[in-house]
Design a protein around this ligand. Sequence first.
Ligand SMILES: O=C(CO)[C@@H](O)[C@H](O)[C@H](O)[C@H](O)COP(=O)(O)O
Ligand SMILES: [Zn+2]
Length: 205
Amino acid sequence: MQDKSLDIIHAHARDGSRARDAFFEKNALELAAISRTIAASMVAGGKVLFCGNGGSAADAQHLAAEFVNRFLLERPPLPAIALTTDTSILTAISNDYHFHEVFVKQVKALGRSGDILVGISTSGGSDNINKALHQALELDMVTVGLTGKKGREPMQACCSHLLVVDEESTPIIQEVHIAAGHILCMLVDHYLFEKPQESKKGQGC
Ligand SMILES: O=C(CO)[C@@H](O)[C@H](O)[C@H](O)[C@H](O)COP(=O)(O)O
Ligand SMILES: [Zn+2]
């Protein structure tokens, strides 16, 4: 039997690059707008909450950690919480109520007007994410959805900002989501901590 390893590797790499290029081509301005909104919320005392399932739960934790610890710049910790990490909270809510409620209850407990909720779902069909986003809107929070092609329709009603990777493959969508998440961290740091370049008066171009 012929080994298909290289074909598999190159096909995935090619699909990933295509999806990533198309996404950033289309969503760069929206990504900058979301990053400005997060930076402004933090300046005003707000915070960002993240939620997701499976691999997207890992993304939620990964991104919250970038804010709380640091990203590329050496700077003060920034307020972010992953709603995916406390097993006592997750099991108590799932056990006593329903798995649909695991994030919405935490949003009710922790979310305040002006905070941001980022919901990450490749399918857009995860009830626990969409319920949490609806609740966040009710609390006058800003909601950001990261999804894939199928998620555009179910998530648009609950997202102030929706970033869609126009693909159906879950891992390819996830790989673009984490790239977008890293850029959010980069831009928030840029808006909050990088001083604008001094304009050099008298030097014509
Ligand atoms: O990481 C992966 C697939 O790459 C899986 O764990 C995946 O995240 C899980 O099946 C999730 O439950 C999918 O949820 P969602 O993205 O549709 O909201
Ligand atoms: Zn995965």
